[in-house]
Design a protein around this ligand. Structure first.
Ligand code: ADP
Length: 264
């Protein structure tokens, strides 16, 4: 609450009263803090890879005799540049949602096929960790009106998270099912990974919020994946829900309407 005070004077400058203005600035202040925090986060996230790019290029420029070592340093520069690209790509996408310039390109698609193709794309990574991916798809193909690229991006992001935050030999399950009413369908991804502590669950969709910053960075994450997934799902008038048992696993449910108005 902001209080403004001004004395009320008569023509001889004698105080005869006062004006108080009470203003509720909590919401305004909250948004202001969020903006400040966001800018600080973006700066920090960009500065970390930049610092490392700068120091490695300087070392190479000073002269590295061993070609093996030089290559190792260049690989670090390359990886860090990739990280910056991912970050900028994600920030641009969020900014498009913020400025309402996202136009969904909706059409009818076979969601069974979409899931098969997503699982195929992430399978290499899961195989490297000897993880099993189990699919549970309805026998009859499920057809829905969605923006293919965007919903595919959500599924790939959720599946990649499940793989990233689950250890070796873990299990990932993807289920596609019709929701409680016939107007909705659910895509459910379950893992047997590290889980998310209860106190973090509410904040998990916030931009740059991560349970374990160091781990997420080491795994190449930007901390923006779930914020983008939420924007995409909500733009389809759907819902995303995450439940988790810390140390046991996580379950992500994306509920989407079958039929959405085309090209809105
Ligand atoms: P990141 O790029 O860090 O993975 P996300 O926005 O995709 O960013 O996820 C935010 C955070 O949520 C992650 O850093 C991680 O702490 C947590 N998280 C997401 N998915 C899972 C999961 N399947 N199991 C455990 N933690 C998860």
């Amino acid at each position: 609450l902001k209080v403004n005070f001004a004395p009320f004077l008569d023509e001889r400058s004698v105080k005869v009263g006062a004006v108080f203005v009470l203003q509720d600035i909590t919401e305004e202040e909250r948004l202001d803090n969020m903006r400040r925090e966001f800018v600080a986060n973006v700066s920090h996230e960009l500065k970390t890879p930049l610092t490392s790019i700068k120091s490695y290029t300087e070392t190479i420029l000073d002269g590295v005799e061993d070609p093996e070592l030089q290559r190792t340093f260049l690989e670090v520069v390359n990886t860090e540049a990739d990280r910056m690209s991912r970050l900028v790509r994600d920030l641009l996408e969020l900014s498009n949602f913020d400025s309402d310039t996202v136009r969904l390109k909706k059409n009818e698609y076979n969601i069974n096929q979409m899931i098969n193709s997503c699982v195929f794309k992430v399978k290499v990574t899961a195989d490297q960790k000897r993880q099993t991916i189990i699919k549970q798809l309805p026998e009859k193909a499920l057809i829905a009106v969605v923006d293919y690229d965007k919903i595919e991006q959500v599924i790939l992001n959720i599946l990649s998270n499940a793989i990233k935050y689950t250890g070796e030999d873990g299990q990932i399950e993807v289920e596609l099912r019709t929701g409680e009413t016939s107007e909705w369908f659910d895509i459910v991804v379950m893992d047997t990974g590290m889980g998310i502590p209860k106190e973090d669950l509410d904040r998990i969709y916030e931009r740059f919020y991560r349970v374990d910053k160091a781990r997420s960075r080491a795994l190449g994450g930007t901390g923006l994946g779930l914020s983008i997934a939420k924007e995409i799902v909500e733009a389809h008038r759907g819902k995303i829900e995450i439940t988790s048992e810390y140390g046991l696993g996580t379950k992500v449910t994306i509920s989407l309407p079958f039929q959405e108005t085309l090209n809105v």
